[in-house]
Ligand binder design. Structure first.
Ligand code: ATP
Length: 270
């Protein structure tokens, strides 16, 4: 069961250089997650406990998973990922056990970065309905809290959680000693988008006519994940045209195509 829901990767290949427009967030993650893994003696000598858990929140596709992976890369740690939704929906009745397993695997693989994506799936504000599904979610969350509380001897395991639904979270998980460091990971601004375009075209054969500042302006409101999709699609336009060089127009076409697709799926969803 474990193997099917947990993603375990030793020192994942994402680095801080692969992340654009999140300088401040990167610095905070380094201080709260990387420092305690790299130099635990600093904290014991100063006499303070490092933050237990860090919560990253913000819209989808903005680099939350990347940040967690980059810390694991930098500290040569094992990256262990599980999604909150999988904890409760994949194997009914197994949620609490999976949480125990998760922490056990982390301890066995120290130093480790434990990344719990979609934490809102197990830690949303209590609902009034008393369906069995809710009870299961409650048990899973209680197990997570108790693992975190009983984690004084957590050794070299750091916990990062992520959510797109900060407003839904149960305040219990934000209490001191739990996820008490909150880091907002927003969509990139103009400058961030320009950097992210540059990052994702690093290995692409782009023509000199490509203007990254203009691309950033064009792709207003795009997330990092959207920008990556635009770059790949621009490459596809070149290939369809039997070219190996990618021009500005390919990026413009790609952006239009991706926006049209998003409008389609929005329409389907509503
Ligand atoms: P979700 O909430 O949907 O899990 P996330 O915030 O964890 O999303 P990531 O999985 O980190 O997002 O990002 C998805 C992909 O989008 C990355 O693999 C990367 O290619 C691209 N990406 C997102 N944000 C950035 C960024 N700030 N810089 C560079 N690439 C980015």
């Amino acid at each position: 069961v474990r193997a099917r829901v947990m993603q375990v990767e030793h020192s994942p290949d994402v680095t801080y250089e692969d992340i654009g427009g999140l300088e401040e967030q990167m610095n905070e993650v380094r201080e709260t997650v990387e420092m305690p893994l790299d130099r635990p003696e600093m904290f014991s000598e100063v006499g303070i406990d490092p933050p237990s858990g860090v919560l990253l929140y913000g819209p989808p596709g903005t680099g939350k998973t990347m940040l967690a992976k980059a810390v694991a890369n930098q500290t040569d740690a094992t990256f262990i990922k599980m999604a909150g939704s999988e904890l409760v929906h994949k194997f009914i009745g197994e949620g609490a056990k999976l949480v125990r397993d998760l922490f056990e695997v982390a301890r066995e693989n120290e130093p480790a970065v434990l990344f719990i994506d979609e934490i809102d799936a197990i830690a949303s504000k209590r609902t009034d309905s008393k369906t069995s599904g809710d009870a299961e979610v409650q048990r899973t969350m209680m197990q997570l809290l108790s693992e975190m509380d009983g984690f004084a001897d957590r050794g070299e395991v750091r916990i990062i959680a992520a959510t797109n639904r900060f407003d839904m979270l149960d305040p219990a998980i934000l209490r001191p000693g739990r996820f008490d460091r909150l880091i907002e990971v927003p969509k990139p601004n103009d400058e961030g988008r320009e950097i992210i375009f540059q990052i994702h075209t690093r290995n692409m054969n782009v023509s000199d006519d490509v203007d990254f500042a203009e691309l950033a302006e064009m792709a207003e409101n795009a997330s990092g994940a959207d920008i990556k999709a635009v770059c790949t699609e621009a490459g596809m336009f070149a290939i369809r045209d039997d070219r190996t060089e990618i021009f500005m127009q390919d990026f413009v076409d790609a952006w239009e195509k991706i926006q049209a697709e998003e409008t389609d799926t929005d329409a389907e969803a509503s």
